[in-house]
Design a protein around this ligand. Structure first.
Ligand code: NAP
Length: 541
């Protein structure tokens, strides 16, 4: 959580630190950290690693640190060949970090220390049932980057697995910035990516249960159906989606006295979490998308319980509504669909095959891999221009490709593009993405002249808008309008009594501030409807 320097925020961070120290004091196990570096060649990652682990050591005497060269006998004993490598409690677990647990990865590191210190994996009962079926060695590698808000979820899944079955499961968390050759060897050009026994088992953040199932089957799984003995939770309102709409609705609902739960399968904050910079959210002249999410999440946590990393696998409308996640079942009087939107694909040959192999939809996550390299950014809206500027600022050679002769992005952003001399290919569309193991070139077509030409590039970043995430709504019979968004009235009510919507999934302006506003409105409607249910009035005639 970023601090804004105010007395309140400093008090909050001191209270947080005290709480963490108390947690570490209660841990039963010692946490021995062994850092291996190349003697005399102190690189920036070794320094960063040292700095981070020393800062964490302040949390309590349970944490000890020792540092050795790669030529030390312990390096041979534990087969350490890369600098820096951090081994965590190597006498008990096989968990190592290649690079430094910086940025977003500090969250993974903290969770790892707590799990190792407690000696418990914290896997859900559902996951434990699955992992116990693994009967042969699994060597996991998870590729991460410090700027990727999705990465901790996937990395922590793997840590839990390694803590649950220390004799069977080994783990390497690989920071792609520190180990670009290893990332290239695995063709891991997006993060997070998880491999087990050198087989890809997950691309993007998976829920814990889906990760464990993928680890068992040694291939990526997309869904996990829980056993029927899942825990039952009663709530007045279940909000599906933890972006600005869902979190704001959570704050408003609980403040009205409604017992509420927010369920989010991926990173909290939705698209905002990967927006490099936000310059139009009132109260902030300029704020990193992830920083804004951290502020919003910590505000929401003051009120509402958030079930993060849980996918809703089923929803049965009724009285009560039944919401089934990968871990539990909720009985709810009302449900708010705030499922947001997912990125739109180009739908050209090569795109899905090379996704994660140079094709990316997240410049914040994957941009660092392309520093000093040549990429294209596709799109003409605010997202494409914001992200092109972000890539440019991190030292990537970026060319914008747009299918028209005019951008639809805000004037202020377009001006920055020309101020930085970022090249734009106008009236141009991508017809094919080519490459064997990873992106090598693209086939372009000029829409005015009809000319076709190949363009060499290391990466293709795609930001061509979003499609509303309506699969769940559609599945349960919520009406969808002709543009593909959830049909709703001006109170955010859908056609199913007691089921509401807010944010990008309902269409209209897709701004953070409008999503938050819709979340607040929906929560206030739900409060009124629960006191005075319109569906009962209708039903009773
Ligand atoms: P967008 O505004 O819908 O723009 C999508 C862009 O992609 C358009 O330029 C469109 O071209 C192009 N496109 C669509 N399909 C394409 C295809 N198949 N091939 C090639 N190009 C294609 O999407 P966005 O930029 O992601 O923004 C989404 C929403 O979030 C917008 O409401 C935006 O204002 C908001 N947003 C705001 C900010 C901010 O305020 N700072 C930042 C990011 C996003 P055409 O122009 O030809 O249609």
């Amino acid at each position: 959580m970023q601090q804004d320097g105010s007395p309140q925020s400093e008090m909050a961070s001191e209270a947080h630190l005290r709480q963490l120290k108390a947690t570490f004091e209660q841990l039963p196990n010692k946490i021995e950290l062994f850092l291996f570096t190349t003697k005399g060649q102190d690189d920036v990652f070794a320094q960063a690693n040292r700095q981070v682990i020393r800062a964490f050591r302040e949390l309590g005497a349970r944490i000890t640190i020792r540092e050795y060269g790669l030529d030390h006998e312990l390096a041979q004993k534990w087969n350490v060949t890369h600098s820096p490598t951090l081994l965590i409690a190597p006498e008990h677990y096989s968990i190592r970090w290649l690079g430094a647990p910086m940025g977003e990865e500090a969250r993974t590191f903290l969770e790892t220390l707590i799990l190792v210190g407690s000696g418990k994996s914290n896997l859900s009962d559902q996951s434990v049932k699955v992992i116990k079926k693994i009967d042969s060695q699994r060597n996991i590698k998870v590729f991460v980057s410090p700027t990727c808000p999705y990465c901790p979820q996937e990395a922590v899944n793997a840590v839990k697995a390694a803590v649950e079955m220390p004799d069977t499961i080994s783990l390497e968390i690989v920071d792609i910035q520190s180990e670009p050759e290893l990332a290239t060897q695995y063709s891991a050009q997006s993060v997070p990516q998880a491999y087990a026994n050198d087989v890809l088992i997950g691309q993007g953040a998976q829920t814990e249960e889906v990760f464990i199932l993928s680890l068992l089957k040694l291939e990526p799984q997309s869904i996990f159906i829980p056993d029927s003995d899942a825990e039952l939770v009663d709530a007045d309102l279940v909000i599906i989606g933890g972006g600005p709409a869902g979190l704001t609705a959570g704050i408003y609902a609980v403040r009205s006295g409604i017992k509420t739960a927010v369920v989010e399968r991926e990173a909290l904050g939705g698209q905002v979490a990967t927006t490099p910079v936000v310059e139009n959210y009132p109260g902030f002249t300029s704020v990193g998308g992830k920083t804004l999410v951290d502020i919003l999440v910590s505000h929401a946590l003051e009120y509402v319980q958030i079930f993060q990393g849980e996918a809703v696998v089923d929803l049965q409308p009724g009285n009560p509504h039944n919401v089934v996640t990968s871990r539990r079942k909720f009985n709810a009087k009302a449900v708010l669909l705030a499922t947001g939107a997912t990125h739109r694909s180009l739908d050209v040959p090569g795109e899905s095959r090379l996704s994660g192999r140079g094709v990316s939809y997240c410049s914040t996550c994957d941009g660092p891999l392309f520093k000093g390299k040549k990429v294209v950014m596709v799109g003409g809206g605010n997202s494409a221009v914001t992200e092109a500027l972000h890539l440019f600022n991190m030292g990537v050679d970026v060319t914008l490709i747009h299918r028209r002769e005019k951008l639809r992005a805000q004037k202020f952003l377009v001006q920055q593009l020309s101020d930085n001399n970022i090249s734009v290919l106008w009236d141009t569309e991508i017809q094919e993405i080519r490459g064997e193991e990873r992106v090598e070139e693209i086939l372009l077509g000029n829409r005015k002249t009809g000319e076709k030409f190949a363009f060499k590039t290391d990466g293709v970043f795609i930001a061509i808008g979003y499609v509303p995430a309506v699969e769940l709504a559609r599945k349960v019979g919520v009406a969808i309008n002709e543009n593909g968004y959830i049909q709703h009235d001006d109170k955010h009510r859908t056609n199913i009594p007691g089921v509401y919507c807010a944010g990008d999934v309902q269409g209209g302006y897709k701004q953070i501030v409008t999503a938050a506003g819709q979340g607040a409105e929906a929560a206030m409607t739900i409060f009124e409807d629960l006191i005075n249910p319109y569906w009962l009035k209708q039903g009773d005639g």
